[in-house]
Design a protein around this ligand. Sequence first.
Ligand code: C2O
Length: 560
Amino acid sequence: MNTSALIVDTIARRRWRASLVSMTVAALLPSSSHAQLALPGCPLAPNEPETRDCSPPPSPHKPIRFQGDHSGFVRVRKSVYELTPYEIDRLRRAFGALRKLSVDDPTDPRGWLMQANVHCWHCAGMAPPEGAGVDVHGHYWFLPWHRAYLYFLEKIMGELIDEPDFALPYWDWDTPGHRLFPPPYTTPGDVASNPLFDPTRRPSGSCLFLQHVGPQAVERVMTLTSWDSFMGKAAPAQPAGPVDPLGPQGNAGLLEFTIHNVVHGTTPDRPAEPRPERCGAPNMGIFSVSAQDPIFFAHHANVDRLWETWWRAGGEQRLPPDDRWRQKTYRFYDQHRHLVEISVEQVIESAWSLGYAYSPPSAGGADTCPPDPQPPAAAGMALFAPSMAAIEVRPGAAHLLTSVPETVIARVRDVTPSAAFLGPAAAPIAPRREPRLRIDGVTLPPGHTATVRVLLSDPSANALMSSAPVDETYFSIIPHHSHHTSVQNIEIPLRPQAEQLLLPPTAASLASGYVAEPSLLVTLVPTTPETVPLAAAIGAYGAPVVDTTAITYRDIYITR
Ligand code: C2O
C-alpha cells in the first residue's frame, strides 16, 4: 500500500472514531487536562468469553511431569518468508486441523479455541476473580511461559497432521523487507480456504512501521545487558488468581512493552470497515483473544527467537539468578491430551529440552513497504519542545497526556550514590545498574491501546532553544480484555549517552536558573497506531483518535 492510500485509509478510520468520541472530545482537549475521563469501555470482542472464564478443561488424571522432548530430531523453525510452497501448505493443514478439531469436538483441549483460551486464561491481569489464571504478562515469566505455550501447540499441530517434524514459522519483522504482513496469512482472505486468515483483520498487504520494528528499535532492545531490562523483573507474589489491577506492574522488559506489544496493537491488517463493537481492534489487539489469530504464533516465535539470540550472546548472566524464576511451573495439555507440568528451568535450553531450533533468517531484501507516515513539519517541530516549556509533574495526581507532545522534567530519585551524583571520578559503592526512567501508573480507558514515543533530551540545553533527543524509544500498552482499564508502570533503562546527562548541571545551566539537580527532559508523544503524533493527526484530520487521547500517568522520574 502506498503512503497516500494509507493516509486515506487512516482518515476514513479516524472519521468513525471521531464520531464515536465526539461526545467526549471536550473532556480530552488540552485545556481540561485534569478532567475526569468518562470513556465507555469497548464491548466484548467476538469469542471473548462473557464471564472471562476461559479456564482449561479439567483433567481426569494428575498432571505428569514434563520429561523433555524425545522425538529424536530437532524441529527447525524458519522465517515465514522462507517457507517452501510445501511448508506453507503444511502450515495451513496444521492450522486447519486445529480449527476442525475445535468444531468436531469442542471439549478436546487440543482444539483451536481451547488452545487460544490457554492464552486467554493467562491474561488475567484485569479480570475479575472468576475464571482467571495467573497473568503471564508484565514480568520475567513472560518469555518462558510463551515459549512453553508455543512448544505444546507445535507438538499438537504435528500430531494432528501426523508430521512430527512440523515446526511453527517465525515472522521476522526485524529483517529488512519483512515488515510486510506475511502474505500467506492474508491471501486467500477467508478461513475456509486459508486457515491462516483471521476475519478480524483486513485482507490486504500492509506493513509494520520502521519506527516500531526498524533497526533502531530492535537495536535498542538487543543491546540491553541486564536480564531484567530485557526480560522483565519478578512479579509481586501471586499466590493464585489475578494480579491487582492497580498494583505494581512495572515489571515488563523492554522487549515486551515495546516491540511485542506494538505488533499486537498495530498488526496493520485492521478491519476495512469500522467496527465500533471492537473499538477498532483486531483479535491481536486484545490479549484475551489475541491467540485466535494465527499470526500470534509467528509473532511470538520471533519474540522467542530474539530472546534466544540475546541470551546466547551473553550467557548465564543473562538469566534471572533466582530459584523462584527457574522453579516456576505451568501446566499445558500435550499432543496426547495429557496434562503436563513444565518448569521454567526446562525451557531454557530449547533445542536440547524442547527439540526445536531457529534457522537464522536470510539477509532480507528490498523493503517494499512505504516509509512511515511523516507528521507535517510544524508538528515535527513540536517534538523538540523548547526546554523552557518543560513542566514538572506533581507525583500522585493523574496527569493527562494530551494529544500535544509534552516535555516534562524527570528528576533523579532514590539512586545509589554513584557517578550520577558524585561525578565520573567517584567509584560506585554498589554494583552499578544503569539509571532507568520510570513512568508510573500509566492508565488507559477500557479496551484501548496506546503507543507513546519517549524522547530524551539534554537538560542543560539552552532554555530558549529546542533540543534534539539524545535517545529515543517508545512504549505500547495493550488491553488484557475489552472492558478493563490498563494500568502499567513503565521502566526504560537509559543508555550511556543519556546517563551523561545526569551529571550535575554545568555552571552555564545553573546560571540560566533552570536546572537545579540532575534531571532529564523527557518528551512524551502519544501517537496514532500509524506513528503520527496525535497533535499532527488532529491538525490534519480534525479530531483526536480515541485510543491514545485518554492516557494518564501518575509520576515520572529517574531511578536505579
Ligand atoms: Cu501473551 Cu503476545 O502475548
